[in-house]
Design a binder for this molecule. Structure first.
Ligand code: PLP
Length: 400
């Protein structure tokens, strides 16, 4: 009632965006069902909001069959799960929501697998605990790995656990059909999130969240007051019940601008261009026997100097001291790695070459120019999305 235009534009933009990513129809505001999208401030906020909704849902579901149990008794038994590769914000959501967050081991590709989740759930159930919430990653922070949603989804469905998908960074890639196979199983999710403010050219802050049934948010967050009442109930989503704050920003407007300026093809071109730049960087690293690539997914390449971890730590220190490029540290299978992420829409091949020269000049000082005559045996398996498969999908799309 205070600003119908911004609610209307947010409803429309979340549908445009949902269609851009080819999300299941049930997530869209325009679908027949109770689903819809809302813009939150951050992925952290969204993971927390979904956890609170999951918590309320569990309490209601369990009390239907066990009315003798108090709300406090049930809440004290709820547990959540994610992988040890998930972003710090996932653990934080558990902290804020007073729900233990089990960070389960990922496999050698950095993916959370169904059998690992199932084992953890069974163990907790044997202890009388109640599994409530799972956060699956599509694009982990350390290496941009993709959890096996099609394995996690059916388990969550069977165990009546809320499945939240954190695709904060990599979600933008689903605007390209060739990457959508990585979100296979998304139909099992209760909520899905990605940040247009990360990779989709929208200024901070803009975090897109979809739920299959908005009722769970409203049940968790609805607090009425006389000064909040109006005569138009049910005509549009009351977004104040879908979030923590009462007041709202007009974030849909900047989304509208970006979608109108770039269009679907413009966004796809941006994503493909950045992935191609990352591939160029990866090729440069692979061609130098002093280095090894640990993972290369989307716009993120993780690599290290072969040999002792100290070499990579020194390289990173030197690079940061010089302040010509900015990269950060990561861990991969207990090794130190450097995370090289391409983020800016202004990045071109010449900037990648410049960055590579920076690494080479410092590596020359640390290990010398001819450290290896021939390419040494690779020590680490490389995590990589299936480029051949992507190419096939792109070709099919083109021929369509
Ligand atoms: N999830 C993933 C996978 C991320 O990579 C990040 C940030 O890098 C976040 C969540 C947190 O995002 P935000 O700053 O929007 O809370």
């Amino acid at each position: 009632v205070a600003s119908p235009a911004y609610t209307e534009l947010e409803v429309a933009m979340m549908d445009w965006l949902g269609k851009l990513l080819d999300l299941p129809e049930e997530f869209l505001n325009c679908s027949e069902g109770p689903g819809g999208g809302v813009i939150q401030g951050s992925a952290s906020e969204t993971t927390f909001v979904a956890l609170l909704a999951a918590k309320e849902k569990s309490v209601r579901d369990i009390r239907k069959f066990h009315p003798e149990l108090s709300e406090a008794e049930i809440k004290g038994k709820l547990v959540a799960y994610s992988s040890n590769q998930s972003n710090s914000s996932v653990e934080k959501a558990g902290l804020l929501g007073s729900m233990p967050m089990r960070l389960l081991p990922s496999d050698e590709k950095g993916q959370l697998r169904g059998e690992t989740l199932l084992e953890a759930i069974q163990k907790d159930k044997e202890q009388g605990l109640i599994p409530c919430y799972v956060v699956a990653n599509l694009g982990t922070t350390p290496t941009c790995s993709f959890d096996k949603l099609e394995e996690l989804g059916p388990i969550c469905q069977k165990e009546n656990i809320w499945l939240h998908v954190d695709a904060a960074y990599a979600g933008t890639a689903f605007s390209c059909p060739e990457y959508r196979y990585l979100m296979k199983g998304v139909e099992y999710a209760h909520s899905f999130n990605f940040n247009p403010h990360k990779w989709m050219l929208v200024n901070f802050d803009c975090s897109a969240m979809w739920v299959k049934d908005a009722k769970y948010l409203v049940e968790a967050f609805n607090v009425e007051r006389i000064y909040l009442q109006d005569q138009h109930k049910g005509l549009a989503p009351e977004y104040r019940h879908w979030q923590i704050s009462l007041g709202r920003r007009f974030r849909a407007l900047k989304l509208w601008f970006v979608l109108r300026i770039y269009g679907v093809e413009g966004i796809q071109k941006h994503v493909r261009g950045q992935i191609a730049l990352a591939k160029h960087f990866e090729d440069l690293v692979r061609a130098d026997p002093r280095f090894e690539v640990c993972s290369s997914n989307m716009g993120l390449v993780c690599f290290r100097l072969r040999g002792d971890d100290g070499l990579t730590v020194t390289l990173l220190e030197k690079i940061l001291e010089r302040k010509n490029i900015y990269v950060i540290a990561g861990h991969f299978q207990n090794y130190h790695v450097i995370r090289f992420a391409i983020c800016s829409r202004l990045t071109e091949k010449k900037h990648i070459d410049y960055a590579w020269n920076e690494f080479c000049s410092q590596a020359n000082e640390i290990v010398g120019i001819n450290k290896y005559e021939t390419k040494a045996e690779k020590k680490l398996p490389t995590i990589q999305i299936d480029n051949a498969r992507c190419q096939k999908i792109t070709d099919n799309e083109k021929s369509k």
